[in-house]
Design a protein around this ligand. Structure first.
Ligand SMILES: [Zn+2]
Length: 478
């Protein structure tokens, strides 16, 4: 024991000297060489959504080459740092860009065309006929620009889409600088861009090969649903996904009718409900993103989890069409990758992720009768990092961490609807509105600065949309 004393004395002296030294200059910064970043956001509270859920007061985010180079306290990040451009976010909140896991973006042009109907009547009497008469590439481009502008204004930086002419949607998204998992819709009847199944599959293959290495666009194939695409064609889709390592976006178990029809159809169900049926035919994989999953059993949630399927929960669309309520608390208990989506604006009627967070948190409290269900932090997680998991992109987006893509949103926190402020997640989910989003950065590029869109022309977008309104009204009279 005696012989150990000098050693302990040495350790004590060493710790004192380290403490004294660290008070003069933080050890972590001692060896930092001078460095330069492209864009620096300083001040404000950084909501990282990293695995420790760090909240950093007076924080900073440094961005270089489209990626987050450093996140932390302002003093630590800015040590020896020169920034080409700086945004002062003092008093504001810096969050990961929101992720909308389910849209049909050009359908903003059908916003309000037919409301207050169930899915079947809404689809067959209004949406499918209106699409047949109006949708072409120019329509899709105009609708996409409108939807992109709305999403950027509301702080959405990534969206998952399924529609026709998806190559044009990818092109418009790329130009606007918005990230997307964009699925070309394939379905068992002639649609505006492809008249036969073979044409649709050939289009999808060309489209996926064209975009597969893009920094912003993740090209995908999107079979509409198990009730509109045959078993043989679903097998074709899975084979193409395997061949090209491509994502699959689809609707699953959205309504009671779909569940019962599949279950009772001798060609498909054999008594199986939609998820069990898709599993039996070998369709499910960790490249699938399934929208809705309203009518799923506990066993089917396990199947989705085991197969690595991502799920898009669309509370407002499901409520408006009275489809039902997805068992999201059960999905969360099993740690399923379930994100939030708006669905198309024709059944919502907007692309506002703030409303989806607020609605999801409240809907599941109401249904469960337990106000502790789906707390604000969980709703925000579903709109960010869990949404990224649902899109199979959580290694790249969904949180503010060094090495991830720089998809960053700055939110004002001082409007009347946010005053006073106590808790950041509560404010983000229950008090913040899309109008409170101030600045949006995607892949390191500023696409909105102080509420001004930098990559899209708002007045031209509105003029184009209003011109389509007249055409659509006319087409539905015939
Ligand atoms: Zn949908």
């Amino acid at each position: 024991m005696k012989r150990l004393r000098p050693f302990f004395a040495f350790l004590f002296l060493l710790s004192v000297s380290i403490t004294a030294f660290s008070q003069r200059e933080p050890l972590a910064q001692k060896n930092v060489a001078p460095w330069t970043c492209d864009l620096l956001i300083v001040g404000g509270t950084v909501v990282t959504m990293d695995k420790d859920r760090r909240l950093i007061e007076d924080g900073a985010v440094a961005i270089k080459d489209g990626k987050i180079a450093m996140v932390g306290k302002r003093a630590a990040v800015t040590f020896h740092l020169t920034a080409k451009q700086t945004i002062n976010a003092a008093g504001k909140v810096i969050i990961p860009g929101l992720i909308n896991t389910h849209t049909h973006v050009p359908m903003v042009l059908f916003r309000g065309i037919a409301d207050d109907l169930d899915l079947n009547e809404w689809l067959t009497k209004f949406i499918f006929p209106a699409e047949a008469k109006n949708v072409n590439e120019a329509f899709v481009r105009a609708g996409t620009r409108l939807g992109l502008a709305e999403m950027i204004r509301g702080g959405t930086t990534t969206y998952c889409d399924m529609y026709y002419f998806e190559d044009a949607i990818a092109d418009e998204s790329k130009k606007a600088g918005v990230r997307g998992v964009l699925g070309e819709t394939v379905i068992d009847f002639p649609v505006p861009d492809n008249k036969t199944w073979d044409q649709a599959m050939a289009y999808s293959e060309r489209y996926i090969n064209k975009w597969k290495n893009d920094a912003l666009i993740v090209p995908a194939i999107a079979p509409h649903a198990p009730y509109t695409v045959s078993e043989a064609h679903l097998r074709d889709v899975r084979a193409l996904s395997d061949k090209l390592n491509a994502a699959i976006v689809t609707h699953v178990a959205e309504t009671r009718k779909e569940r019962d029809d599949i279950k009772n159809d001798p060609k498909t169900g054999n008594g199986d409900t939609p998820v069990k049926y898709l599993n039996r035919i070998g369709f499910l994989s960790n490249r699938v993103i399934a929208a809705h999953a309203v009518f799923v059993t506990d066993e089917e949630i396990d199947i989705l989890k085991n197969k690595g399927v991502g799920v898009a929960h669309n509370p407002q669309s499901n409520m408006k069409l009275a489809s039902g309520t997805a068992p999201v608390p059960a999905m969360l208990r099993k740690d399923l990758a379930v994100g939030l989506g708006t669905d198309g604006a024709a059944s919502n009627n907007d692309l506002n992720m703030w409303e989806e967070m607020d609605t999801a948190a409240k809907l599941h409290k109401l249904i469960s009768g337990d106000p502790k269900t789906l707390p604000a932090e969980t709703a925000f997680e579903m709109a960010t990092i869990r949404g990224a998991r649902a899109l199979h992109l959580d290694d790249k987006i969904g949180s503010l961490e060094s090495g991830k893509a720089a998809d960053v949103v700055i939110v004002d926190f001082d409007d009347l609807n946010q005053t006073p402020f106590y808790n950041v997640y509560s404010h983000l989910v229950y008090a913040t509105k899309a109008n409170d989003v101030r600045t949006v950065i995607i892949n390191g590029r500023i696409v909105m600065l102080d509420r001004r869109l930098l990559t899209l022309n708002e007045s031209v977008i509105k003029k184009d949309a209003n011109a389509y309104r007249l055409k659509i009204i006319e087409s539905l009279r015939n």
